[in-house]
Design a protein around this ligand. Structure first.
Ligand code: FE2
Ligand code: FE2
Length: 183
């Protein structure tokens, strides 16, 4: 797999977790029993797999090269679009975490903030992933030089191997299975 194919594969895994998040929120809405600890596991997935492992690769490799080598359109797509959305996702996770902490100590109304932030995050990420798959990655693939694309493949493989050695992919892909199994 080249670096772009690899990131598109990661999008599929991330979308599965977005589906889990929505179903958990629906349980909260219906006042069903929910293991709130599972929400913290989802936040861990978002921070360490979707953000650190996946967005890290985008920000340090593909997007960096697109801004460095391509035109103003690429720079706008990356800096005004993708990077801002990565940051907004981080804010939703922080607010979700704070809301969960309030719910756990008995603040029932904060369930609204749990649902609002988790669902907003899923909406944001579905749109974001769709834009990357259909537009941003394609723009990079079409316009970056052959040498740069090769460089991205080599560097992305290195990051992938480092993460494999730490068990990152195994840990978080297993977590998706675990949480889907509880639905
Ligand atoms: Fe992204
Ligand atoms: Fe992405």
């Amino acid at each position: 797999m080249n670096s772009i194919e690899l990131m598109m594969e990661e999008h599929k895994h991330i979308k599965r977790m977005l589906g889990v998040m929505r179903k958990y929120c629906y349980k909260v809405l219906k006042n069903e029993t929910v293991d709130y600890n599972d929400f913290f596991k989802m936040i861990d997935f978002v921070r360490n797999y979707a953000d650190k492992h996946h967005h890290g690769k985008e920000e340090m490799l593909l997007f960096e090269k697109m801004v460095e080598e391509l035109d103003a359109t690429a720079e706008k797509l990356v800096n005004v679009g993708m990077m801002v959305e990565h940051d907004l996702g981080r804010l939703h996770m922080k607010e979700l975490e704070e809301a969960l902490e309030r719910v756990i100590v008995g603040d029932d109304e904060s369930k609204l903030d749990v649902i609002a932030n988790a669902i907003s995050y899923t909406h944001l990420l579905y749109r974001h992933i769709d834009k990357e798959d259909k537009l941003v990655y394609k723009y990079g693939e079409k316009n970056l030089s052959k040498e740069t694309l090769e460089y991205l493949d080599v560097e992305s493989n290195k990051l992938e191997e480092e993460a494999t050695a730490k068990g990152i992919q195994e840990k978080y892909l297993t977590l998706i299975d675990e949480l889907e199994g509880k639905l």
